[in-house]
Design a binder for this molecule. Structure first.
Ligand SMILES: [Zn+2]
Ligand SMILES: [Zn+2]
Length: 327
């Protein structure tokens, strides 16, 4: 039974069905379901295709030449920092204005009823949105730029091997298909680590102050958390790929969370869906903390006993588990 049928209405909106994971891991294997799932999540998601296109545009037109990047210099590093800041402002800023400031779709598909916090001293400047913008830019974009600069200057100097699209087109698409798996596995385990009591108290707490999340909450994290969370693209230092793949990987890690934390499951234009947005799976993590550490692309939460499918029964189970841990 969905939680909204319980005596106390927790959510303004919650999906009718319990959360389901990537059908790739269902047993017995159901090829049709896997194919449909792949189409839905990887191919038909216009946002993802736009990100691939954006990766190309950024590398071709908004990245300094390899010759320039052979030597570390403040001007081109600052250019990448400002370019990344502008990109995040464009995406998170537009989503914030559309969904939260101007409330174009009202409360439709909004998980929690409450608004972004103001006059709350838990947040910098006593304001949740300003706090989130501060951490997203000062911490999130700085770390993003750091990883990108490290990669690009390594390519420019020939310190690492690349696999250009022109010579390795299949490898390029294999990377794209593997992103959900790589990110799903990486996110689950680093997230479990961040919930170690010491790291939670001193680092991860900044992200978790946002029980109610908005687009700017996505990479609103302590710098140490951003260093850990954004580390999955380091895999490209070991396994060669096209630089566009690395830029795309970083975009998925940094810009995509503006959608997944937007607080709204769908973005609507009147009655037409423009895009999927936040996922209830991660919203449940922000609400209950001890569940749903991963994402829906790899069912590690199911395999490792930390799954919450959004039902009242799952909430009860989690409460019992907490009570037992305290006793
Ligand atoms: Zn989060
Ligand atoms: Zn967490």
């Amino acid at each position: 039974m969905a939680e909204n049928f319980s005596a106390r209405k927790i959510w303004n909106y919650s999906p009718d069905e319990p959360i389901s994971y990537n059908p790739l891991f269902d047993r017995p294997v159901n090829a049709v379901k896997i194919f449909n799932g792949m189409v839905r999540r990887w191919i038909s998601i216009s946002r993802f295709l736009l990100s691939v296109l954006l990766g190309f545009v950024i590398y071709q037109y908004l990245t300094p030449s390899l010759q320039t990047m052979q030597n570390l210099a403040a001007d081109w590093v600052l250019f990448i920092f400002l370019r990344n800041t502008a990109l995040l402002c464009l995406v998170a800023g537009s989503l914030h204005l559309y969904l939260h400031a101007y409330k174009v779709q009202g409360d439709r598909f909004k998980f929690l009823k409450r608004e972004m916090a103001t006059n709350n001293k838990n947040f910098k400047f006593n304001n949740q949105v300003y706090d989130n913008i501060f951490w997203s830019v000062a911490s999130g974009v700085t770390v993003w730029t750091g990883y990108e600069v490290l990669y690009l200057t390594s390519v420019a100097n020939g310190w690492i091997t690349v696999a250009p699209f022109a010579d390795h087109p299949i490898q390029f698409f294999v990377w794209i298909l593997c992103f959900p798996l790589i990110r799903g596995i990486h996110f689950y385990f680093i997230h479990r680590l961040l919930h170690h009591p010491f790291l939670y108290k001193h680092v991860h707490i900044i992200h978790h102050l946002n029980v109610n999340t908005g687009p700017w909450s996505g990479i609103s994290m302590h710098p140490i958390e951003n260093l850990i969370y954004q580390s999955s693209p380091l895999i490209h230092f070991i396994i060669p790929s096209d630089p566009v793949i690395v830029i795309l990987h970083l975009l998925l890690v940094t810009v995509n969370p503006a959608f997944t934390h937007s607080g709204f499951e769908k973005i609507m234009n009147k009655d037409t869906k423009i895009s999927d947005s936040a996922d209830f799976h991660h919203q449940l993590h922000h609400k209950y903390f001890d569940c749903n550490y991963g994402n829906m692309d790899v069912p590690l939460d199911v395999w490792l006993g930390t799954h919450h499918d959004g039902t009242k029964e799952a909430t009860e189970k989690l409460r019992m588990k907490k009570r037992k841990a305290v006793a």
